[in-house]
Design a protein around this ligand. Structure first.
Ligand code: SAM
Length: 229
């Protein structure tokens, strides 16, 4: 069993935050990310954007985090790719704690967060900076073959999903690029959706390919400093 790395203070990247308009759009969007983690995500994306490569997110949901990534991409002159089948994760289905009945399509009876995501981006004025990839993350990763400056993993929280996201997307993080993982909870009692993101985070550190650069709440930013995953 791997040992947990020692706790660190948050080490924010050095640059200004998003505009008040972008922050308001983030806060108005449906989603689960608190403001402090959003600011850290934005800062990491701005920094990674300097590589001039696309930024990629797994787990669009209704676009809350995408707003910040799109604003960072706009500043850097790059594009955000955001991957989601828009049918929701396990814990977002009817009867589960994170279910929002407004996300259900009355015609199909299934969750469909794509229309809300599109409205979020439209309202934020950021549509042109984002390409939405609608489908299953491993299926899209299987046909992906170019380097990325930034990969943000915030998709399914089972071990199968989190591992597939790591194995599918982390190989594409360019040297010096960032791998950011959400919902990393070292203590099992802190999160009922489980510790799969934490196990993926430990795996990334133990691979020797990634070095931790920032810790904010449950958000971890790792820089590629070696090869492999
Ligand atoms: C926690 S939510 C993302 C939250 C979003 N990043 C935010 O800040 O509001 C997780 C999303 O991952 C999507 N998802 C889960 N497993 C997936 C998979 N295998 N492929 C594509 N999307 C997936 C779900 O549909 C859900 O919208």
């Amino acid at each position: 069993m791997p040992t947990a790395p020692s706790p660190k203070l948050s080490v924010p990247f050095e640059q200004g935050g998003p505009s008040t308009q972008i922050l308001a759009a983030f806060e108005a969007a449906k989603g689960f990310m608190p403001v402090d983690e959003g600011l850290a995500l934005y800062a990491a994306a701005v920094e990674a954007g300097r590589l001039g490569l696309p930024l990629l997110e797994v787990g669009t949901y209704c676009g809350r985090s995408t707003v910040l990534l799109a604003a960072a991409a706009r500043a850097a002159g790059v594009t955000v790719l955001t991957v989601d089948h828009h049918r929701g994760s396990e814990e977002q289905q009817p009867g589960w704690e994170y279910h929002d009945p407004e996300t259900v399509d009355p015609e199909t009876g299934l969750m469909d967060t794509l229309p809300t995501f599109r409205r979020t981006l439209f309202r934020a004025g950021l549509e042109e900076h984002v390409v939405a990839l609608v489908g299953r993350s491993p299926q899209i990763a299987a046909v992906w073959n170019s380097p990325l400056g930034f990969v943000f993993i915030d998709g399914g929280h089972t071990d199968a999903h989190a591992t597939a996201d790591y194995e599918g997307w982390a190989p594409h993080v360019a040297e010096g690029g960032l791998l950011v993982i959400h919902d990393v909870f070292p203590h099992p009692e802190d999160e009922f959706t489980g510790q799969a993101p934490y196990r993926v985070y430990l795996r990334a550190l133990e691979s020797g390919a990634f070095t931790e650069v920032s810790v904010t709440g449950s958000l971890r930013a790792l820089r590629r400093t070696g090869t492999g995953i």
